[in-house]
Design a protein around this ligand. Sequence first.
Ligand code: F6R
Length: 583
Amino acid sequence: MCGIVGYTGRGSAARAVFRGLKALEYRGYDSVGIALMHGGRFALHKRVGRVDCIQDVQEQNGEIGIGHTRWATHGGVTEENAHPHVYQRFAVVHNGIIENYRILKEECLLRGERFSSETDSEVIAHLFEWEYRGDLLSAAQRVCRRLRGSYAIAVLCLDFPSVILCAKKDSPLLVGASVEGQFAASDLSAVARKGVTCYRMENGEFSILDKESVSFFGADGTAIEKTPVSYSLQEQDTELGGYGHYMIKEIDEIPQAVERTIRAFKREIEAVQGLKDVFRIHIVGCGTAYHSGIAAKLFAQKRGCVSTEGYLASEYRYGDQTVDANTLVIAVSQSGETADTVAAAVMAKKRGAKLLAITNVAHSTLTSYADCVLHTKAGCEVAVAATKSYNAQLAVLYSFFDAFSACRERIWKGLPDLCKKTIEASRRVKEWANQMKSAKCAYFIGRRFDYAVAMEGSLKWKEITYLPGDGLAAGELKHGTLALVDESTPVVALITDQAVADKTFNAVHEVIARGAPVYVVTSIPSYANCEGAVDTVLIPQTKEEYMPMLSVIPLQLLAYYAAVALGNDPDKPRNLAKSVTVE
Ligand code: F6R
């Protein structure tokens, strides 16, 4: 988490850094800071709060600067702990975790150095000062050799008034070169724009940015050439475009996300052929990506694929499951940077498994380890709560399993249109949100594919309403949770699978009998007038395996409207960040 930015060039560094920080705000937003170098000294601006609370700094002079938007790991949310950290000649912004910072800090303290923050990152500025003997690159090499853990850093030194030094290991870092100036940032969306050539830095590499150009160096300090990454400016679009929040904009974009993803898969289908020779498939991911993996596992089983299981990446990486050369691991991640998912993928590679990465971010850490990459084409997802990326993940996973199982059936072209109709049919959940916003706890129930969606619905609910919620297999209620159900615990029931609809309906009656207000999402007209339910949303009908793509939409909207009704910012839920690059 955290986002780092750097700029050196002919324009205003304060404006360029601020703009970059706005693009990276989804990575963390508890405090923010910018260091500008001007007239032989640093001007340091740090504030607790979101990036906007530093917007006045844009008026400051300076043609070189670095910035940081923070998601606290070591040290509380205070101005002192906000980056950049300055020590004597050096200012540093850091994304990652320095695991051996205590030992390093101890050494600095023994030398009599004073620290002004509780962070692991400040030690990097101290090490630079200690290791510096007039040559910035050599100092960086010596410093990086001493760091354990993960880092993407941008460093300013008062002796080099137009230079930014960057280094990276296990945290993402991109560099952009243009006539107007040079940029560095944690992700492509903050550097990509017209006229900017972008490069992805790899582990162990260094870059030196000055006003006119960028140079890259390997771990041993020798100059290297790098190939620019290709990107589509349209996919980097982060404009709000008249919407009140990114989350609602991104829900409205689901039909295009699904349509683009299905189309792109057709061009990538050949890649799947090389992955077929396996006995088992493991799908790994975190949060929403895990939930898309669970729905896809059910889909794979329906298609009669080889044994397919879905795992939480954070459990999988430490688990004892069989992973070998006969295993295909599918790592699903919107960002491609989630630490647990990347670690699970690396572990699987080490054990000889084939690795397929499914990501929404083309040049991410996960893609660099993969044997094969399939892209979701959801476009930039800014809201922390994942919405359109879930639907796009389903589109690519389903397409993959159809191709893998040589199923004649292909993912249905009509799905984007059905998504659009579902969005329209689901607007009425705004009223549900008003009724449910004072709930003690909300339960989401369903069976099979509906259960997979119930889990995702409850995650969305908790994440942005800050109210308790649980996604349950409808058949499990009476094995425990029913004890908690009463008038203050609304239940959202998903009934989209004809084969088990009656069974879920039994569970609905059981909770109505305990006084729970019940809200039904169904695609089956005969369940649309469910007696005793508060209200029903009737969504379009398609095969049950495709229903998660649709039935998740009313639940995404429900969480959104409830969060807004509660006065929460649905785009930036407290304590969370979009890219979870720490374990
Ligand atoms: C929930 C949400 C998170 C992410 C999870 C994995 O709305 O957004 O649960 O799904 O942090 O992130 P990625 O997909 O980037 O690996």
